[in-house]
Design a protein around this ligand. Structure first.
Ligand code: MF3
Ligand code: CO
Length: 291
């Protein structure tokens, strides 16, 4: 239902502007799309300019933390050292690592090595070796606002097969990003990613995906990277979500370590790669907030 707001009252988005000058036309557009049978975003998924500024500040810290990891990572480093760098850098910049104590998660960062798909625990026992590929997934709370992004790192010389997996995963994110525009569909992005992964003989993890982000760590909508063009939720200006496909060299199927309920690895033991960016849908396209 369209919110019945007086056109001269403050807009629901919290911008402080009058509804008629803010989201009135937006709501009409959404209603038309809804009448045509499309899934449209809820108002609470739409950030106002003040919120976007705060989320961007959080992203600045998150990027700096990943930069600090990038400057230090290399062969011989235990992944627990990455956890230490993330904790130190984030807190020194006035932030809090969002993963720490999130639903019982015991570390400041996820470090997923080789066949690990996501949520790898940093550990003294996991020492990065030449030939490893590792995803470092960082998330920050700054002043109550959330950011989330991850990068792949190749440790020394890695095999051509792994190098290609990392490269194609990067291309998947870029191709998905190109599809992000207002009044398009999340499925436009999902299909671009799935098509590119499949064309290279890879598979995209199906039931773990991305999410809205900013006011909370994980917000609606759930973002899939195996959806079809023209399907799934319509994108609208003010939405912020992650593009974070997990691309597997073999089967998309995965198993969760029963010892901790967190660490996810590929079922077939073949490598997996992931990159995560946070993107804002703007009036005329998109803006990448973190990478
Ligand atoms: N950073 C992950 C994501 O991209 C979430 C990790 S949940 C945690 O959504 F608890 F493991 F941090
Ligand atoms: Co995420």
């Amino acid at each position: 239902m369209l919110e019945k707001l007086g056109r001269n009252l403050p807009c629901w988005c919290g911008s402080g502007r009058k509804y008629k000058n803010c989201h009135a036309a937006f709501d009409e557009r959404l209603q038309t799309a809804r009448d045509a049978g499309h899934i449209v975003p809820k108002h609470k998924m739409i950030k106002n300019p003040q919120q976007i500024a705060k989320i961007k500040a959080s992203c600045v810290v998150n990027i700096a933390v990943l930069d600090a990891v990038a400057a230090a990572i290399g062969p011989g480093m235990p992944t627990s050292e990455i956890d230490r760098i993330v904790y130190e850098t984030t807190t020194r910049m006035g932030g809090i690592p969002a993963p720490l104590n999130y639903e019982g998660y015991p570390y400041s960062v996820c470090t997923s090595v080789n066949e690990q798909v996501c949520h790898g625990f940093p550990s003294d026992q996991v020492i990065l070796r030449e030939g490893d590929i590792v995803n470092v997934d960082c998330s920050t709370i700054l002043d109550g606002y959330f950011s989330d992004s991850s990068r792949m790192f190749c440790i020394g010389e890695v095999s051509p097969e792994k190098k290609k997996l990392v490269q194609v995963t990067h291309e998947c994110v870029q191709l998905g990003l190109e599809q992000v525009r207002p009044w398009g569909f999340l499925g436009d992005m999902g299909q671009a990613i799935d098509d590119h992964a499949r064309a290279n003989g890879y598979s995209v993890v199906r039931n773990i995906g991305g999410h809205g982000c900013g006011l909370e760590f994980h917000e609606d909508p759930f973002v899939s990277y195996v959806t079809r063009r023209g399907e799934d939720m319509m994108m609208a200006p003010g939405m912020i979500f992650t593009i974070e496909p997990m691309v597997n060299m073999g089967t998309w199927e995965h198993v969760t370590d029963p010892r901790n309920g967190w660490e996810v690895s590929t079922k077939d033991g073949l490598p997996s790669a992931q990159e995560e960016i946070m993107v804002l849908v703007t009036e005329d396209g998109h803006e990448v907030l973190s990478w």
